[in-house]
Design a protein around this ligand. Structure first.
Ligand SMILES: Cc1cc2nc3c(=O)[nH]c(=O)nc-3n(C[C@H](O)[C@H](O)[C@H](O)COP(=O)(O)OP(=O)(O)OC[C@H]3O[C@@H](n4cnc5c(N)ncnc54)[C@H](O)[C@@H]3O)c2cc1C
Length: 432
């Protein structure tokens, strides 16, 4: 057991907690330590496809929106890597996703309070000492150490969501888009591949497979339940919904109304970037030059009910919901793009009796990202807060603002100024 009492222990080091760790680096009086089970920072590695871009401008790095002079800014990373000139001539705001990962790895490496290869496995609370006990297992040695802290921050992110009816099949042949790069070589040898779903990840995987199709000659299919391969709503005024103003506006509603609003906002985060759709269309056009038959199928309005093994293939049971017609489709490889779900660690249930839960079993979260607890200590949360803070909860462009709020609360003074208005449009009737 470590005897030292930390002010804050961080669980998980994805971009959200990494940003917090970076911003806290300039505040040495706050003693922090962050843990991640991975051996090093690695941002959705199975989806770091060459050519994919960050869906927010590079300014949504780990620190800039709080403090553009911070040493962990993306521009300083470029400067340290002697890449400022290429970036200047590139003239783009949307950097390659692989570069964002490399930038975060650089920051994680520079920070002294980030420990990788360490999984948080247990959590306890000592009531009379008002202290959390955090049991951490070093992955390599299996040794555990218990850390003591006053406050916690959960940044455990999300995990791939695979419908039950698609589970239990060979992971080499039926896998989530999150695993794509691990199986790309296998895909190159396949006779037929089917991608299910029409979110950004499914589209990026389909585009990559389409690019290589001429060389590898597999039959390629794409099936979606949606009425169309819908484009994400990325207009400048729409993306103002990923602003602190909109988060505050959304937060004020009763939970039932929040759930209703959230259910109408699919296209802000579930559709496909228009540049990805354009790339796909251009490739389809190119493949069909001189009227050639292309070995590609795009099927909309179709729900996949089940996938089952059939010899060396998989049978996909489909339902065209508008025509109300069932049909089957065969494929050697099936790639499932059914999104992600929040990763709420089981150990949170050790504190179950101290946490306020809503009637759907979700934890209640204060406006300043603290779990609603009946103890004086704080658990700040980044993950699983879409129900309380809305559609921007997983958006990287809001990470820094959220961390400003968390730091101000943790320290008990306004280290980072918070303004009332950040965007042009107004959401509240009373402030118009
Ligand atoms: C493929 C993909 C691309 C995306 N692209 C964008 C984009 O361009 N722009 C955008 O705004 N959003 C994007 N998102 C959404 C979102 O920003 C990311 O999911 C982001 O990674 C969320 O960061 P995070 O810090 O919450 O969690 P994560 O990045 O998921 O990290 C959580 C970390 O917690 C660790 N962990 C979990 N449990 C434990 C434990 N018990 N002990 C120790 N460590 C633990 C995990 O190992 C992991 O490293 C994307 C999402 C995906 C899936």
């Amino acid at each position: 057991m470590e005897t030292h009492v930390y002010d804050l222990v961080g669980v998980g080091i994805g971009p959200f907690n990494l940003s917090l760790a970076a911003l806290l680096d300039d505040i040495p009086e706050v003693k922090t330590i962050f843990f991640d089970q991975k051996s090093r920072f690695d941002w959705h590695p199975g989806m770091l496809i060459v050519g994919t871009r960050l869906q927010v401008p590079f300014m949504a790095d780990l620190v800039t929106l709080a403090d553009p002079t911070n040493q962990y800014s993306f521009l300083n990373y470029l400067s340290k890597k002697n890449r400022l000139y290429p970036f200047y001539f590139l003239q783009r705001l949307d950097i390659p996703r692989r570069e964002y990962n490399d930038y975060c790895q650089w920051v994680a490496h520079e920070l002294k309070n980030c420990r990788f290869g360490n999984k948080v496995v247990e959590l306890d609370y000592i009531q009379n000492e008002e202290i959390f006990l955090v049991r951490v297992e070093e992955i390599k040695t299996k040794e555990t150490i218990t850390y003591r802290c006053k406050n916690l921050v959960l940044g455990t992110g999300s995990v791939p969501a695979m419908p039950k009816s698609f589970q239990g099949l060979s992971p080499e042949h039926v896998f989530h888009t999150a695993e794509f790069l691990n199986h790309q070589d296998r895909c190159r040898k396949a006779k037929s591949i089917t991608v299910i779903g029409s979110g950004q990840s499914a589209a990026e995987v389909f585009r990559e497979l389409l690019k290589e199709q001429m060389e590898h000659q597999y039959q390629l299919n794409w099936i979606t339940r949606s009425r169309s391969f819908l484009s994400m709503d990325e207009s400048k005024l729409s993306v103002e919904q990923f602003s602190p103003d909109y988060v505050n506006y959304f937060y004020q509603f009763p939970q039932e109304q929040k759930d209703q609003i959230f259910a109408t906002q699919d296209l802000l985060y579930k559709g496909i970037s228009s540049h990805t759709i354009t790339d796909i269309y251009n490739l389809l056009y190119e493949h069909s030059v001189s009227g050639e038959e292309i070995n590609v199928g795009l099927q909309v309005l179709t729900e996949v009910k089940r996938i089952q093994e059939k010899g060396d293939h998989y049978e996909i049971l489909c339902h065209q919901w508008q025509q109300k017609k069932d049909f089957t489709h065969e494929s050697e490889i099936v790639i499932v793009g059914t999104g992600y779900r929040p990763n709420i660690p089981d150990f949170i249930h050790n504190l179950e009796s101290h946490i306020h839960w809503d009637d759907k079993g979700r934890y209640e979260v204060e406006a300043d990202y603290r779990l609603r607890l009946d103890i004086p200590n704080q658990i700040y949360v980044h993950s699983g807060i879409s129900h309380s803070h809305g559609v921007g909860s997983t958006n990287l462009g809001l990470a820094v603002h959220r961390n400003k709020i968390i730091i101000n609360h943790l320290i008990g003074k306004e280290v980072f100024p918070i303004y009332n208005k950040y965007v042009f449009q107004n959401f509240n009737a009373e402030t118009f």
